[in-house]
Design a protein around this ligand. Structure first.
Ligand code: FDA
Length: 425
């Protein structure tokens, strides 16, 4: 470890990397703790935004509005979804709508409204590129230097007693696939244009909620264009959001999961993966099925579901994409010229290790090489490190369970991290 000698660097109690819902909930919990803690958050986007490339009109949340940034931890908070509705004069209208799962557009507005109240503590357009130790005279590390880069490439350093990494998930493309003008990940569905259509055809890869939403969106909004949905399942599978299964997202489930033996953890992830992964809401699945059926009745099919299939290759040409769809039943290959391909192939947790640089050597890892995270989300480190490094959300599924990358437990998790920080300082 090296000692950094940087005069006049601002020091805060808590620095947050990323300002998505996770660290936004942390900011709220810190403020509501009433403790005299200083905080600063760094967000690489130019302004607050929550999955803006998928903010499809009419798309709804997969979680109750009660699982907002604060309610589960503090129902009296002024940052609840109900407080937002009240502030916007929409409480009666929302109640009349009988919606438990609000529109994503509205939830995004709620998150933005909450985030705006922390503008004084947030730097946008500020990407954290390095976290390094500051060695004290006794050889211990009580402080960390957080290096950020702004949009112009300028670097800044901030010093912190604790860092909370809330960098979320990274869009995942299958090996060998590179995004281009006409080939892209679903996270960019609305933020990029496929260009002038020539073939009247689009292709969507994937069987999860995002894939179904992309197929639905392209079919609804692209005039007479055909949409080819390709996946290896026999049909879209429905998300299990039944009450008993939903309990896997309860705060108490984190305790159970954390203390369970590895074998039980793996079994739980396997049993209940269908609450979240590669599954679709029942309403949307039914809607797509009926659309396919109606088009069949009318003799003008436009939505084509290629079941038990894979996209064998796709090559961008001067005016489109040449796609080969292979049936995994017969091996038969269908060649299609399409105007765009959307890979709704999911996300992977952002890897915190590159950010930690040399510090990573001081952090304990599990058998799979992941950071070893204690129940309070603090990374287990060597004794020489007295500062706190916390992993907030994504990246803790293997240790803390299925709610790790989701909103369900965000409010409570943020409160637990704040309690841990206050306990140790
Ligand atoms: P999130 O990814 O939201 O935020 C991380 C932030 O960190 C980003 O803003 C990013 O820019 C920033 N960042 C990353 N690296 C950085 C760096 N080095 N420096 C500075 N900033 C950095 N879940 C659920 O429970 N219910 C739901 O309805 C949905 N719906 C949903 C829809 C769609 C389209 C997607 C893709 C995902 C969901 N999710 C969901 C899951 C989703 O992960 C969850 O809603 C939150 O976004 C998790 O919040 P985080 O803050 O952890 O990550």
């Amino acid at each position: 470890m090296t000692a950094a000698v940087l005069p006049n660097v601002e020091t805060v109690d808590v620095a947050g990397v990323g300002f998505g819902p996770a660290n936004l909930a942390l900011a709220i919990a810190l403020q509501e703790s009433g403790a005299p803690v200083t905080m600063a958050f760094h967000e690489r986007q130019a302004s607050f935004g929550w999955h803006t490339g998928m903010l499809i009109e009419g798309a709804t949340m997969q979680v109750s509005f009660l699982k907002d940034l604060a309610t589960m931890r503090n129902p009296g908070s002024r940052y609840t979804f109900l407080a937002y509705l009240h502030a916007h004069g929409r409480m009666p209208a929302f109640i009349n709508s009988k919606m438990l799962y609000p529109y994503r557009i509205e939830f995004h507005d709620y998150l933005g409204w909450s985030a705006a109240q922390f503008d004084a503590h947030t730097s946008y357009g500020s990407t954290v590129v390095d976290i390094s130790p500051v060695q004290g005279p006794d050889g211990h590390v009580d402080l960390l230097d957080i290096t950020t880069q702004d949009a112009d490439g300028n670097r800044h350093v901030q010093r912190a007693r604790n860092v909370v990494i809330g960098t979320g998930m990274v869009p995942h493309l299958p090996p060998g696939v590179t995004a281009s003008a006409r080939i892209r990940h679903s996270s960019q569905l609305l933020t990029h244009d496929f260009g002038t259509p020539r073939h009247g055809r689009y292709l969507v890869v994937g069987a999860g909620q995002s894939a179904a939403e992309c197929a639905d969106y392209l079919h609804r909004t692209h005039g007479d264009a055909a949409v080819h949905a390709v996946h290896s399942r026999y049909g879209y599978s429905v998300a299990d959001d039944s009450p008993f299964a939903n309990a896997i997202f309860d705060p108490a489930a984190v305790d159970d999961f954390y203390r369970a033996p590895d074998q039980t953890k793996e079994a739980l992830l396997a049993h209940h993966g269908n609450t979240n992964y590669a599954v679709v809401d029942l309403d949307l699945s039914q809607e797509l099925y009926r659309r396919v059926y109606l088009e069949e009745v009318q003799g003008s099919p436009r939505l084509h579901v290629h079941r038990v299939s894979r996209l064998r290759s796709c090559t961008e040409t001067a005016d489109g994409v040449e796609a080969e769809v292979e049936s995994l039943v017969t091996g038969e290959v269908t060649r299609l010229m399409v105007d765009g391909v959307v890979y709704a192939t999911g996300y992977r947790p952002a890897d915190p290790l590159p950010l930690l640089g040399d510090l990573a050597d001081e952090c304990k890892k599990d058998d799979s090489g992941r950071l070893y995270v204690d129940r309070d989300y603090r990374v287990r480190t060597s004794d020489s490190l007295r500062c706190g490094i916390y992993l907030h959300g994504a990246g803790t599924e293997a240790s803390h369970g299925l709610s790790a990358g989701l909103l369900s437990n965000t409010a409570v998790r943020a409160g637990e991290i704040v309690e841990s920080i206050l306990r140790q300082n």
